[in-house]
Design a protein around this ligand. Structure first.
Ligand code: F6P
Length: 454
């Protein structure tokens, strides 16, 4: 069996809480099969102190490279998160394009490729992840690496009309042709990508994902919706019921209902709209005051990016205003928590919650939606309220599907969720649970690797 080499900017270190869906998914994907995981060490150091850190844990070998301040600023903060992130999340007005940052981004891709190339074996299967590393295969190819290289985009792929707003988009997106396989989350993402390849690269592309360029280069693209480790989440959720964190949460509710949201503190997650809608819900449904609490867990990320700091301030104001307006001495409507929790604890929180609000403005997949489903008690499951703009909505049609831009939609869905009769909750949950179980992380990993190796 070939060795699996996973490449991603963010790497989940052993025993650390993974930051975001990608790290959690890749950790799950590597845990069973084992392999090498290459990426950024998370450290920013002066050039002379740069190191490639080698760690071995369980079945995974890690190779983690430090970045200098200038590299980190241009590649990660700048081009990846101030240009590509808003572009890929349909927010062109937030793009802050800078040519030097694009150069820095390509330079870091080349640097990563040089370091990884030294560790590669000829029959490795290389699986590169996400928007930080679009030109990575082209860099490896220029170093003579002929191994199979696949790419998976965890975030959305917007339509060609949006992609072309990026200066030098041709240079960037054409480099995807250096991969053997480009994986996307949904059929819509695939259609957008094929549309771009046809329109901008004069490629012939069949709807099933075979792409051929005028220069003879050919590769495949396909849909591989990322899943979760359903059995592990279900087990953790059951066991977590007796842990102090979950027991204390339940005691603090004193019989009130619980609505939960868990997201990185990111403008793509629709948190402002969600907070405002919860305030509007309490305004319109006074019968629920002091009878339902909303727990929003939102660990801050990318704090060097100005938009994230602004969002944090606005959320604090919004939560403070709603709490000031409706709180009682014995009840606070919004419990707003800016820290991360272990997956096991989160699973317990999910099982305790009557409703999950997963209302991103745009999301590649959103694994929280799937984790919430996996964590429910079969005899008394909660209700998932899910944005139509999350990739997960393609798979979880039995959730209450909403448009997060319409506050009335969120308010009505919350009311419907809190009053939904048990037989309907069970019916909807059963269908979603069976789906996430059939299409779990193991299936995602093996279907992607089989397609890459084929
Ligand atoms: O899942 C999308 C994603 O952007 C990943 O690529 C990323 O690792 C994760 O969210 C968390 O973001 P960051 O690595 O910037 O903290």
């Amino acid at each position: 069996m070939s060795r699996l080499v996973v490449v991603s900017n963010r790497v989940a270190l052993p025993k650390k809480v993974p930051a975001g869906g990608l790290a959690a998914a890749m950790q799950g994907a590597l845990a069973e099969r084992g392999g090498l995981w290459f990426g950024w060490s998370g450290r920013v150091v002066p050039d002379r102190k740069r190191e490639l850190h080698r760690i071995h844990s369980g079945r995974i070998d890690y190779a983690l490279l430090d970045l200098t301040r200038a590299e980190y600023d241009q590649y990660y903060v700048g081009f990846a998160n101030r240009t590509l992130w808003p572009l890929l999340h349909f927010r062109p007005s937030l793009i802050d394009y800078d040519r030097d940052e694009f150069t820095g981004y390509r330079r870091v891709n080349a640097l990563f490729a040089e370091h990884l190339a030294r560790l590669l074996r000829p029959d490795d299967l290389i699986w590169v992840n996400d928007y930080h590393l679009i030109p990575f295969a082209a860099e490896l190819r220029s170093l003579g690496i002929a191994a199979r290289i696949g790419f998976f985009l965890h975030v959305p792929m917007p339509p060609p009309e949006l992609l072309v707003t990026l200066p030098h988009h041709e240079q960037l997106f054409r480099s995807l042709a250096a991969y053997d396989l480009v994986g996307l989350q949904t059929r819509r993402d695939l259609a957008a990508f094929l549309g771009y390849m046809r329109m901008e690269n004069h490629a012939t592309a069949s709807d099933d994902g075979r792409v051929a360029l005028a220069d003879g280069r050919a590769f495949r693209a396909g849909v591989f919706p990322v899943g979760i480790d359903v059995d592990a989440v279900a087990r953790q959720a059951q066991l977590a019921a007796a842990t102090p964190a979950v027991v204390k949460l339940m005691q603090s509710l004193e019989g009130q209902r619980l609505t939960i949201g868990v997201d990185r503190l990111d403008y793509s997650k629709g948190l402002l709209q969600r907070f405002a809608a919860f305030g509007a819900f309490l305004e319109q449904h006074s019968e629920w005051r002091a009878r339902v609490s909303f727990l929003q867990i939102a660990p801050p990320t990318r704090e060097e990016v100005p938009e994230y700091g602004e969002l944090r301030e606005r959320l604090e104001r919004e939560a403070g205003a709603t709490n000031g307006r409706y709180a009682h001495p014995h009840w606070v409507p919004i419990r707003y928590v800016n820290r991360s929790f272990q997956q096991a604890t989160l699973s317990g929180f999910f099982r305790s919650a009557d409703v999950a609000l997963v209302t991103p403005l745009r999301d590649g997949m959103n694994l929280v939606a799937k984790e919430y489903v996996a964590a429910q008690a079969p005899e008394d499951p909660g209700v998932l309220v899910l944005s139509r703009f999350a990739g997960a909505a393609d798979e979880l049609a039995e959730a209450i599907i909403i448009n997060p831009l319409d506050p009335v939609d969120i308010v009505e869905s919350l009311q419907a969720a809190l009053t939904m009769p048990l037989p309907e909750r069970r019916r909807r949950w059963q269908a979603m649970f069976e789906h996430v179980r059939r299409n779990d992380i193991h299936r995602w990993r093996s279907s992607y690797i089989d397609a890459l190796a084929a």
